[in-house]
Ligand binder design. Structure first.
Ligand code: F6P
Length: 546
């Protein structure tokens, strides 16, 4: 065990506990005492305006949280990350997704080698390839132009590009059909390909390791579908399959020419990888220029995180607020509620980013943690949620901090009545933030003439904390800004909790067991070591299986 005091025994932590114990004020009181808090508790970064005034905080809370960040040396770990130090201790790797959006002339070294030229070399190759596919210059095996792009990957090799494709649909080439296959359930590939012509279809096999069983299984089935559809000629694969990976050997072993491989590196974590080669499907859809605009957006927030003073540092503030609720109010979950149809996959993407990063229960040195770590992240687009689970947010018994994300303008493509609907959409966002914070008192309900027996049911306690992120418009740059904001927020929390936010050993056991169980299902093999419940389930499956 190291000499550093345990997190919960630090004076900065116990000061926060004392502060929490005395914290009684309702948001109604906090705003009444200081109407300027809306302005004082708003931070701007790039095109994002982040209002955190509707949180259960005072200047004292913020000061104490900042002291915790200082004591836990968040900025020291941040600088080590940007310098390329091996802060992913359990895998002994650097953590350099920020190098993926560094400018061409930047110098970022890993083991004495500047990685920036490699990043731009791959980006340039991706751009060349994307342009050829988009222009029709890159043709399929039979000479037909590519009209369909199917990305096959899972986790970080799927969620990022799939989310961003959805987010930036208005910027995509509408002539191209772009789909994402991740699930090893054959239904996923079936539905993605059933109406496609193999002669016009490009498969992008995205896998950092190129060993992930779901992806390799789907890629193998896709190859069979393609070859069968093109008269059984194996040579077709070269024009219809490209790979995105760190593992050239495995790519070659799968049968994809490494000339058709776009590389990235072990210092890019899977869930931090969609601005690497993993974004190729997105780049084909939106074009290289838009992709670069997105990278510029990421960089705006990277620079801000690195340089902005602590009290105006957006990812630091958001990270600290999460610690405040998770560790001092025992909040278990965090809702992310975008008021944008285009962000329908945004929260699913954040689930991996946050929960795979900070779902840990041991510290960096292997000692168990004695405090809460990452929250359950959940949510769907806001207006739909309002008619589903917001009841619990407003009148349930749980404290659920939420992020409300909206845009001042709809995407430029919307016009007429559809454009005008945007005000109604945003009115809902503002109304929800207000209702959650301030609620409706029993006296206000009575004043409306509500019968006394109904008053408790119609009263809203309020005091539910939200952050409102208002951006100008959902552009590629703004999407990059939003993602980088959350990446660094997650980083801040991992730093404070003293966990390794960049490994994911927790997903290994299930993978190993699935491999072990599979022969019992397919061949009825006697698999030793199955517990009685699982053994009975496997037996039932075998009986019911047609
Ligand atoms: O199983 C978890 C995981 O390792 C993720 O971290 C990763 O994003 C995903 O699997 C896919 O991995 P790969 O890109 O190597 O196929």
């Amino acid at each position: 065990m190291s000499d550093t005091p345990q997190l919960t025994r630090r004076p900065e932590w116990t000061a926060l506990e004392d502060h929490r114990a005395q914290f009684q004020q309702h948001l109604r009181e906090l705003f009444a005492e200081d109407p300027s808090r809306a302005e004082r508790y708003t931070v701007r970064v790039g095109d994002l305006r982040i209002d955190y005034s509707k949180h259960l905080i005072t200047d004292e809370t913020l000061a104490l949280l900042q002291e915790l960040a200082t004591a836990t040396d968040v900025s020291g770990l941040r600088d080590a990350m940007f310098r390329g130090e091996r802060i992913n201790v359990t895998e002994n790797r650097a953590v350099l997704h920020t190098a993926l959006r560094a400018p061409r002339d930047a110098v970022i070294e890993v083991d004495g080698e500047n990685v920036v030229p490699k990043v731009h070399e791959v980006l340039d190759r991706m751009a060349g390839f994307a342009d050829r596919v988009r222009s029709g210059e890159w043709t399929g095996h039979t000479g037909r132009r590519i009209r369909n792009v199917v990305n096959i990957g899972i986790g970080g090799s799927d969620l990022g590009p799939a989310m961003a494709y959805e987010a930036l649909r208005a910027y995509t080439d509408r002539e191209l059909t772009v789909r994402f296959v991740s699930n090893v359930d054959g239904a996923d590939l079936h539905e993605a390909t059933r109406d496609l012509d193999p002669a016009e279809t490009l498969f992008i096999v995205a896998s950092k390791t190129f060993t992930t069983i779901e992806t390799i299984t789907n890629a193998t089935s896709a190859r069979d579908w393609l070859v069968a559809g093109l008269g059984g000629d194996d040579k077709a694969v070269a024009r219809h399959f490209v790979a995105l990976s760190t593992n050239a050997e495995k790519v070659a072993a799968f049968g994809i020419d490494t000339a058709n491989m776009f590389e990235f590196w072990d210092w890019v974590g899977g869930r931090y990888s969609y601005d690497s080669a993993i974004g190729l499907s997105l780049m084909i859809a939106i074009g290289p220029d838009r992709f670069r605009e997105m990278l510029d957006g990421f960089r705006i927030v990277d620079d801000h995180f690195r340089n902005a003073p602590a009290e105006a540092n957006a990812p630091l503030l958001l990270g600290l607020l999460g610690v405040w609720y998770g560790n001092f109010f025992d909040a278990q979950t965090h809702a992310v509620l975008p008021y944008s149809h285009y962000l329908s996959k945004f929260t699913a993407y954040l689930q991996q980013l946050d929960m795979e990063s900070n779902g840990k229960s041991v510290q960096r040195d292997g000692e168990p943690v004695e405090w809460q770590t990452g929250p359950v992240v959940w949510g769907t687009p806001g207006t739909n949620g309002q008619h589903a689970y917001y009841q619990l947010l407003h009148q349930g018994t749980k404290l659920i901090p939420a992020d409300l994300i909206g845009f001042a303008n709809p995407v430029a493509e919307l016009s007429g009545e559809l454009k005008a609907q945007h005000d109604l959409l945003m009115a809902n966002l503002f109304a929800q933030g207000q209702a959650l914070a301030f609620g409706k008192t029993a006296d206000e309900v009575r004043a409306e003439g509500v019968p006394e027996e109904q008053v408790p049911h119609r009263t809203f306690h309020g005091n539910h904390p939200t952050t409102t992120i208002l951006a100008t418009e959902l552009t590629p740059s703004v999407l990059g800004q939003l993602i980088a904001l959350y990446e660094h927020k997650v980083f801040v929390q991992g730093a404070i909790w003293n966990i390794d936010s960049f490994d994911q050993w927790g997903v290994e056991l299930g993978k190993v067991l699935a491999k072990r169980v599979e022969p019992a299902l397919t061949e009825g093999a006697d698999v030793p070591g199955l517990d009685p419940s699982t053994a009975a389930l496997v037996a039932a499956y075998r009986t019911l299986r047609k």
